[in-house]
Write a protein that binds this ligand. Structure first.
Ligand SMILES: Nc1ncnc2c1ncn2[C@@H]1O[C@H](COP(=O)(O)OP(=O)(O)O)[C@@H](O)[C@H]1O
Ligand SMILES: [Mg+2]
Length: 369
């Protein structure tokens, strides 16, 4: 029987586990025991934290999986590459893991490859960073976290130390990055790579709360760019993927499109976009089974990408406020959209969201193009 090792067991990963089972794989799932859905759906569950890569490798040497993958966090990316590389399975090389998961190292890799980057500096709490030559506003963020944790936009140097302190506190390596603010609307580009060849799947438009904390409020796919703009996005994103050395699997490239049409990359994840983008919106809008592609790429099976016009427009909308909850009730009554899923809603959080992990819930819907 074909075997797939999966890193992580939360609700999001569970979609990967279920897809693998549907495709006839025996699933071997690794995660810290926390009562997650994937612990029950896995054929074999190993209560090993996703950070314990050596331990996972030891178990995988016995299991001999056909592939190893994850659709989750940057944290899982580390274990996936480590184990796959040791077992000779298709993966991004371990040597690129750091620049794929650390925002400062990523900026350096882009700059080396000639991919445009904003002016930036990496700093610890007590470094007193030199911002001469910087133009404000700037963004301060942890080098190695995600989900808009501890992100601050500053209009002037006032509040810089507090912002750096907050970012360093949130950072695993206790470091922050300060970078010039990129103007423009925000998008992401979803791709799948195999043997160093990148395949474009979709561009997603992102909506956030804006300054100061930029928490995602929703995503829309396709993003409504012209064919010409989409070609430019592909070129810029593929250059970014090459700069990082990404050769296999899903990627999620966040970028801003400036008023003059230039594309500036915010960051690239060597994994699917979270927030239901990779797991739901891509398939709903393009008909491409992205999760299956991730499994195929991990197991070295040729992926096949459906090209051509999008099928429909897909949205995810997050509930942050009472007004968002009322919008859901209004949308439930609409006949011009199809609601595909409504998550569990934690009404206590409405009006109290401080980052993307404290949003109250979400719903996914589609409409005709
Ligand atoms: N240099 C920048 N210019 C403009 N906006 C930025 C910049 N860096 C981050 N942001 C905003 O903050 C959000 C989160 O930053 P990001 O680097 O993607 O961190 P995270 O890992 O938390 O997603 C971005 O999606 C964007 O809205
Ligand atoms: Mg991001």
């Amino acid at each position: 029987m074909k075997k797939l090792a999966v890193i992580g067991a939360n609700d999001f990963q569970n979609q990967l586990i279920l897809k693998a089972k549907e495709l006839g794989y025996e699933t071997h799932v690794f995660a810290w025991r926390a009562g997650a859905e994937g612990e029950k759906t896995a054929d074999y569950f190993y209560p090993i934290s996703i950070t314990e890569k050596e331990e996972i490798l030891e178990v995988c040497r016995r299991i001999r999986p056909d592939g190893i993958c994850s659709i989750g966090s940057d944290l899982a990316v580390v274990a996936v590459s480590y184990v796959a590389e040791h077992l000779g399975l298709p993966c991004n090389p371990v040597s690129i893991t750091h620049q794929c998961t650390n925002k400062a190292a990523m900026r350096e890799a882009f700059a080396r490859a000639g991919v445009p980057v904003p002016r930036f500096v990496r700093t610890g709490r007590h470094d007193g960073p030199d911002l001469s030559g910087f133009s404000f506003p700037v963004i301060v963020k942890p080098t190695d976290r995600s989900g808009s944790r501890a992100i601050t936009r500053l209009e002037t140097a006032e509040g810089l130390q507090e912002a750096v302190d907050a970012a360093c506190e949130a950072s695993f390596e206790h470091m922050a990055i300060i970078e010039e603010y990129l103007e423009g609307d925000e998008y992401s580009c979803e791709c799948i790579s195999q043997d160093g060849v990148h395949h474009f799947l979709a561009v997603t438009k992102k909506f956030t709360t804006g300054a100061p904390h930029f928490i995602e409020t929703g995503h829309m796919e396709p993003a409504g760019l012209s064919a010409e703009q989409e070609e430019q996005v592909k070129a810029a994103v593929f250059a970014g993927l090459d700069a990082l050395g990404i050769v296999t699997g899903a990627s999620h490239s966040e970028f801003k499109l400036a008023a003059d049409g230039s594309i500036r990359i915010i960051e690239i994840g060597a994994r699917m976009g979270g927030d239901c983008i990779g797991s739901d919106l891509v398939e709903l809008s393009t008909g491409n089974d992205f999760i299956r592609m991730v499994i195929d790429a991990a197991c070295g099976r040729p992926i096949s990408v459906r090209s051509g016009a999008p099928l429909r427009r897909a949205y995810v909308r997050f509930l942050l406020t009472q007004e968002d909850a009322r919008a859901l009730e209004r949308d439930r009554a609409r006949t011009d959209i199809t609601i595909c899923r409504v998550s569990r809603i934690d009404t206590d959080l409405l009006g109290h969201t401080s980052d993307s992990s404290t949003r109250a819930g979400y719903y996914i819907y589609t409409e005709a193009l």
